[in-house]
Design a protein around this ligand. Structure first.
Ligand code: PLP
Length: 385
């Protein structure tokens, strides 16, 4: 073992001792509400494929058609020759869907968030961020030259105090739906504060797009936020849209600026055209059949109602992300492996993804689940915890 390996082994052993070592499950099937791992079939309550679009046969056909036309690799960054007509089409469709002037696509949501914060917030500015923001927003703050401050989760009064106190150019950044808690930021109030105290609002709607609002237009539809109230809106294709990649939507000037100045946009290979085509196809499916969103909402309501009847105490959430707090990594791992033995997959979320003692089962519902499958989950949740 080299010196480096022994240093790294200590870190791994420390994490293992805390029952916080993660493992990767290797799927032998497509991503769906039922998956196969090690030749065993599982009911999947752990994916972010909320509308069940990730393995849709119509989408696969659309991708194959695009592959025939444009090949597989994009071969270069957007500013060299990696940008394809299909990216333009996708950007126009996203902007129209969100009733914004413009949109720009990114290879991942992680990079979109790095881009926003690195390129927009300047030295001398202040970024004010929710404490439970996604890791990519936290890392974006680190990458920018601005000062930063974190406010307690969704605490509007602390946010207002911080806004009042600073004379700097200010940015407020928050998730819309918090990825590990499933709760929704009070964006109407936050947007009001930003207007009152002259701050720019940045929202990560990764778990809101395709989920919130009757038409799945996300937080913009849920709260009725215009482009001037919410000028910088980020979303992803990898969650409810069942694809891969991300976008930022806002004014034409904003997206032109990002294309020029966002380093994680400029210096990376473009999303392959076939992936962009799949994203566009799935976006159109969401626009044309709101019944999937309605089915998702029925499943969420059914699950919450059944939990209430059975005295299963969930954290407060009206979204597909339904966390069941456990508070101890060892106990969580035991419960999770019992569920796995019973053929149920849920997320076992431990620090550092959540704060210390924030260990939880992260149950996610999709439009593809049937009530009987949710019943099976409930039965096993009672047996195993
Ligand atoms: C998944 C996620 C991201 C990252 O998006 P990717 O496209 O997976 O890189 C960013 N923000 C939030 C809130 C997310 O849940």
């Amino acid at each position: 073992m080299t010196d480096l390996d022994s240093i790294l082994s200590i870190k791994l052993a420390e994490r293992d001792a805390k029952s916080q070592l993660r493992e990767r499950l290797s799927l032998q099937s497509s991503q769906a509400h039922q998956v196969k791992i090690e030749d065993q079939s599982f009911l999947n309550f752990s994916s972010n494929d909320y509308l069940g679009l990730a393995d849709s046969s119509e989408t696969i056909t659309a991708v194959k058609k695009q592959l025939d036309e444009s090949g597989f690799g994009s071969g270069a960054s957007h500013l060299v020759t990696g940008h394809h007509k299909i990216h333009d089409k996708l950007e126009v469709a996203v902007a129209e869907f969100l009733q914004r002037e413009s949109a720009v696509t990114f290879s991942t949501g992680y990079m979109a968030n790095l881009s926003i914060l690195q390129s927009l917030a300047q030295k001398g500015d202040l970024i004010i961020a929710d404490k439970l923001n996604h890791a990519s927003l936290i890392d974006g703050v680190k990458l920018s030259d601005a000062q930063s401050s974190r406010y307690p989760h969704c605490d509007i009064s602390v946010l207002e105090t911080r806004l009042k106190k600073s004379a700097a150019n200010k940015w407020v950044v928050t998730d819309s739906v918090f990825s590990m808690d499933g709760d929704i930021a009070p964006l109407d109030k936050i947007a009001g504060l930003c207007h009152k105290h002259k701050a720019y609002l940045i929202v990560d709607d990764a778990h809101g797009i395709g989920v919130l609002g009757q038409n799945g237009r996300g937080c913009v539809e849920h709260f009725g936020l215009s482009e001037s109230e919410l000028p910088i809106l980020m979303g992803t294709f990898g969650k409810a849209l069942g694809g891969f990649g991300a976008f930022v939507s806002g004014s034409e000037v904003l997206t032109s600026y990002l294309v020029q100045f966002a380093r994680p946009y400029v210096y990376t290979t473009a999303l392959p055209a076939s992936v962009a085509a799949a994203n566009l196809f799935n976006l159109e499916r969401v626009i044309n059949n709101p019944n999937k969103i309605a089915k998702l909402k029925q499943n969420i309501d059914y699950f919450k109602r059944q939990c209430k009847d059975k005295n299963i105490e969930l954290l407060p959430s009206q979204t597909p992300i339904q966390p069941l707090w456990v508070g101890d990594s060892k106990k969580l791992i035991t419960t999770n492996s019992k569920l796995k033995q019973a053929g149920i997959l849920v997320g076992a979320i431990r620090p550092p993804t959540v704060p210390l003692n924030g260990d939880r089962l992260r149950i996610t519902l999709t439009a593809s689940h049937q009530f009987e499958q949710i019943d099976l989950l409930l039965e096993q949740l009672i047996k195993c915890s």
